[in-house]
Design a protein around this ligand. Structure first.
Ligand SMILES: O=C(O)CCC(=O)C(=O)O
Length: 279
């Protein structure tokens, strides 16, 4: 299957609004995807830090797709590879992924704020979700660095009740209702949230970014450092690296060459934190 090629309209939409939705794109793989998701959680006691998920707090595993050869191969899938190449260039980097049982609401936030390097998230929600049962919501246009509208959203949304007299769930937004097999993509800068979900919302992500120029390579190293909160020796898991062919390796090599500091940071985190981070 050749790589999916994004249309000019999709590229313009993404640049303007900061997200894209692909209904049914991976429907043909959804059974194996859900099976592998459950199998990874089963090897971790079904939830967080070896304990079963109880529907009260988020359970999170990082890196996630790296734990399974099948899920690692999503990076080679011509649809995922095509979306990533189309938005980030052929030499894009894969970044650490996370797998989650979410519990309840997620308030409005960006996944960091990147000015010079585009970072995207590809989200796989594994249960049917509507506006009021925990689907991903986004604020279109909130991703644009240097834009007045995006700046005012950023300054005000964290205290939306105080600033706008609105609860988080009432903030104007696009609700990306989804069923398993749909793929949702957004710029990390884009403000996003979810409201009304139950305690067992299954979701995993693939994070990807443009390749860093060598002159800014320290930024990539700094960006990777927080993965140590999960007590991992490297940015990627063994299976992801061991099962990589030449095409996938092109998207791993810059991170693999710059994650040498993670092991020591993880050792320190393990010495000071009671358990790995939840998110
Ligand atoms: O689905 C959710 O609760 C939010 C997801 C999210 O915030 C993220 O993946 O960054």
């Amino acid at each position: 299957m050749p790589d999916l090629k994004l249309t000019d309209q999709q590229l313009t939409f993404f640049r303007t609004f900061g997200f894209l939705a692909f209904p049914g794109l991976l429907k043909d793989r959804i059974d194996e995807i859900i099976r592998e998701f459950e199998a990874i959680f089963a090897t971790r006691g079904g939830g967080h830090a070896g304990k079963p998920h109880e529907g009260k707090q988020r359970s999170c595993i990082v890196p996630f797709i790296d734990q399974s050869a099948v899920l690692s191969s999503l990076l080679d899938d011509p649809r995922i590879h095509g979306i990533a190449s189309g938005l980030l260039g052929d030499d894009f980097n894969f970044m650490p992924s996370d797998g989650n049982y979410y519990a309840g609401d997620t308030g409005w936030h960006s996944d960091g704020w990147n000015k010079d390097t585009l970072h995207i998230k590809i989200a796989f929600y594994l249960d049917p979700l509507t506006r009021d049962t925990g689907c991903l919501r986004v604020i279109p246009g909130s991703h644009k660095d240097g834009d007045k509208y995006a700046k005012s959203v950023d300054e005000q949304v964290y205290k939306c009740q105080e600033n706008w007299g609105l609860a988080g769930r009432d903030v104007p937004c696009m609700a990306l209702e989804s069923v398993p097999g749909d793929i949702l993509v957004f710029n990390h800068n884009t403000k996003h949230a979810a409201f009304g979900g139950n305690g067992w919302r299954r979701m995993f992500t693939m994070n990807l970014c443009e390749r860093y120029p060598e002159a800014r390579i320290q930024e990539l190293r700094d960006y990777l450092s927080p993965v140590s909160r999960f007590w991992v020796p490297r940015a990627y898991g063994e299976i992801m690296m061991k099962t990589a062919g030449p095409q996938r390796m092109r998207h791993l090599e810059q991170v693999m060459a710059n994650d040498g500091h993670i092991a020591e940071l993880s050792r320190k985190a393990r010495a000071t934190m009671a358990e790995p981070s939840r998110g």
